[in-house]
Design a protein around this ligand. Structure first.
Ligand SMILES: [Zn+2]
Length: 292
């Protein structure tokens, strides 16, 4: 089993990226796995047109006796995330061994869940888009297969403006900027342990030349080359195999658009966002400082 976990920053096209990477019939898009159990319990809508409890994939997955109980699994996974955040450096083996020992149930359940999903979907390659480094770490420690961590980054000012648009409160925007920095710090410390299984992709590079950026990812992770583009920026997407659920990008899910034109979103650069740009310059850690 191979798992490509999109990690790094939210508000940077990760839902779209997960769709583009899972167009081959052998690749299943797990969406934001960290929200699967809670979305299933809420019977949230699935992009296949059903609700999750009636979805052809997830109804079967959670009906399988080997799948974890969604209530317990959700609780245990959250507790793992909290503990993983407290570990200073994920490169220290003893720290990881402790984390693994203290959360063996959550990791075992995660592994069992992926085995069942693999059986139900007949796929052995998965794309996961929680964006949270802790989810990638859980996949690494649960060892259901080999993890490839895809660090999707974007100019932190763009990320901050996008968060601010979603929740226009300076305090929460400041928190998001700090969280972005903290995530990059955790990933930066962890990356050497992952070696070739860690790859960074800039949203801006993807938007400038999507086929080139996707080809690099495909070569790195051993995925089929991106054949869905019929011109430099235009692609045709299939939703046939997709079972995405909230809180994946709401507008992408609502449109379920098959015709995709990649274009860099630059509205964040507007003068009306100058205060958010300034806030980012002050709060972002040095390694995620604005690009220019
Ligand atoms: Zn579905």
């Amino acid at each position: 089993m191979k798992l490509i976990a999109i990690t790094g920053s939210g508000r940077s096209g990760s839902t779209l990226l997960s769709l583009l990477l899972s167009q081959s019939k052998d690749v299943f898009n797990l969406g934001q796995l960290r929200h699967l159990a809670s979305a299933f319990l809420l019977n949230a809508p699935c992009s296949c047109g059903q609700t999750l409890q009636n979805c052809a994939v997830y109804q079967r997955v959670f009906a399988d006796p080997r799948a974890p109980d969604p209530v317990e699994f959700d609780r245990r996974l959250k507790s793992f995330f909290k503990a993983a955040k407290k570990v200073k450096a994920w490169s220290v083996e003893t720290e990881l061994a402790n984390l693994e020992a203290n959360h063996s149930e959550a990791l075992h359940e995660l592994s069992a869940l992926l085995d069942v999903i693999s059986e139900v979907t007949a796929c052995t390659t998965f794309v996961e888009s929680s964006k949270m480094p802790e989810m990638a770490l859980a996949l690494e420690l649960a060892r259901p297969g080999s993890l490839f961590a895809l660090n999707l980054i974007r100019d932190p000012r763009a990320v901050a403006v996008s968060w601010h648009k979603k929740s226009p409160r300076l305090m929460s925007t400041a928190r998001s900027i700090r969280e972005y920095s903290a995530r990059q710090a955790r990933l930066g410390a962890w990356a050497p342990s992952l070696g070739d299984r860690f790859h960074t992709m800039r949203y801006e590079d993807f938007a400038a030349d999507p086929v080139r950026a996707l080809s690099k990812v495909a070569t790195w992770a051993g995925l089929p080359p991106p054949g869905m583009f019929h011109s430099k920026y235009d692609a045709v997407l299939s939703w046939d195999q997709q079972h995405l659920f909230p809180p994946a990008n709401e507008s992408v899910l609502a449109k379920r658009s098959e015709a995709l034109t990649v274009s860099e979103s630059v509205s964040w650069k507007g003068k009306e966002n100058a205060h958010i740009h300034l806030l980012t310059r002050i709060l972002a850690a040095r390694d995620v400082k604005p690009y220019t």
